[in-house]
Write a protein that binds this ligand. Structure first.
Ligand code: IPM
Ligand code: MG
Length: 362
């Protein structure tokens, strides 16, 4: 039996999780697996219920699970809350509490969606990138941080905001290992993306990554500045296999890379620890409050996140492949949610495309 903590947040969260659980139920019956879901709130929903975006009961449910499935958090209506009460704080909090330092964001282009990509079909076709984003360090967590006042030379008092981009050697080492291990199962290339022409922290990132690479003689290591990488992802994305990068660069590059695949609604992710705490799975897209409750959101990113759960947490590659095949067939037959719709396709609601995908899991 597997215990899955289901973290319900804001916006489209409830709808995409409903889709994911339908798929989980189907997998459970096809493979005769017992799955138990423990629903707990996070983000704005948790704030409404308990006054805190990440209540202890949510953290406990995660720690006591075999895997965590997260919808999405955030809503404009919480924009005026104090920083520590904002929904995003819960997401950062749970990543830290579960020690989820490695975020795997695969960018794979389905042939069926080439038309949805803003890139030329021949540029986007066969793109298959694994972004390995460090997730518990960098400016996201670095101290000191804050907004303070300071006196200018001419005596005025002005505000100053600051965050600290900081990585220690151990943090770099462990994420580099994840990238090289991932490349071992792929095309055996790692590109370390940083800003080493300007930032000291990036120079250390390179130095330690180079050092770790000595353990992986069969993996080719290259380096690229992040600004150049942003351009190369559009110009020639096929050159990349594994991209290894820090928290903030990974955040930005993964959103950019998602457009290659046609829609932010297509990309799943897995966040992993050293194995002592459960892993977490979530779509890379946000809570999209503007389309929430309308039964139009694309559930595929979350469904593919479930596929990653079976691969990485439960070691059930067959179940994982089964889900991916079902998604592929559904797309091949022309069923589309609005974000990936093209003239001639069959436009589907969230629940309809979920049912079609679920039926194809056999
Ligand atoms: C992501 C999101 C989060 C991040 C936000 C919601 C805090 O953009 O998972 O990519 O910046 O990590
Ligand atoms: Mg992001």
């Amino acid at each position: 039996m597997y215990n899955i903590a289901v973290l319900t947040g804001d916006g489209v969260s409830a709808e995409i999780l409903q889709s994911a659980v339908k798929v989980l139920d189907k997998i459970s019956s096809v493979y005769n697996l017992k799955l138990k879901y423990n629903y707990v709130p996070i983000g704005g929903r948790a704030y409404e219920e308990t006054g805190l975006p990440l209540p202890d009961k949510t953290v406990d449910a995660c720690l006591n699970s075999d895997a965590v499935l997260l919808g999405s958090v955030g809503d404009w209506k919480y924009d005026t809350l104090a920083p520590e009460l904002r929904p995003e704080k819960a997401l950062l909090g749970i990543r830290k509490k579960l020690n989820l330092f490695a975020n795997l964001r695969p960018v794979k282009v389905f042939d069926e969606l080439l038309h949805a990509s803003p890139l030329k079909p021949e540029t986007a076709q066969n793109v298959d990138i694994m972004i390995v984003r460090e997730l518990t360090g960098d400016v996201y967590f670095g101290e000191p941080r804050g907004i303070e006042t300071k006196k200018t030379l001419d005596g005025r008092e002005i505000k100053v905001g600051f965050n600290n981009m900081i990585y220690d050697e151990d943090e770099i080492r462990r994420i580099a290992h994840v990238a090289f291990m991932s490349a071992k199962k792929r095309k055996k290339r790692v590109c370390c993306v940083d800003k080493a022409n300007v930032l000291d922290v990036s120079r250390l990132f390179r130095e330690i990554t180079k050092d770790v690479s000595e353990n992986y003689p069969d993996i080719e290591l290259s380096y690229m500045y992040v600004d150049n990488c942003a351009m190369q992802l559009i110009q020639n994305p096929k050159q990349f296999d594994v991209i290894l990068t820090g928290n903030i660069f990974g955040d930005i590059l993964s959103d950019e890379a998602s457009t290659i695949a046609g829609s932010l609604g297509m990309l799943p992710s897995a966040s992993m620890s050293d194995g002592k705490t459960p892993f977490m799975y979530e779509p890379i897209h946000g809570s999209a409050p503007d389309i929430a409750g309308k039964n139009v959101v694309n559930p595929i990113a979350t469904i593919l996140s479930v596929a990653m759960m079976f691969e990485y947490s439960f070691d059930k590659k067959l179940a994982s492949d089964n889900i991916i095949r079902a998604v592929k067939e559904t797309l091949k037959e022309g069923y589309r949610t609005k974000d990936i719709y093209h003239k001639g396709d069959e436009l589907c609601s969230t629940s309809r495309i979920t049912d079609i995908i679920t039926d194809k899991i056999v």
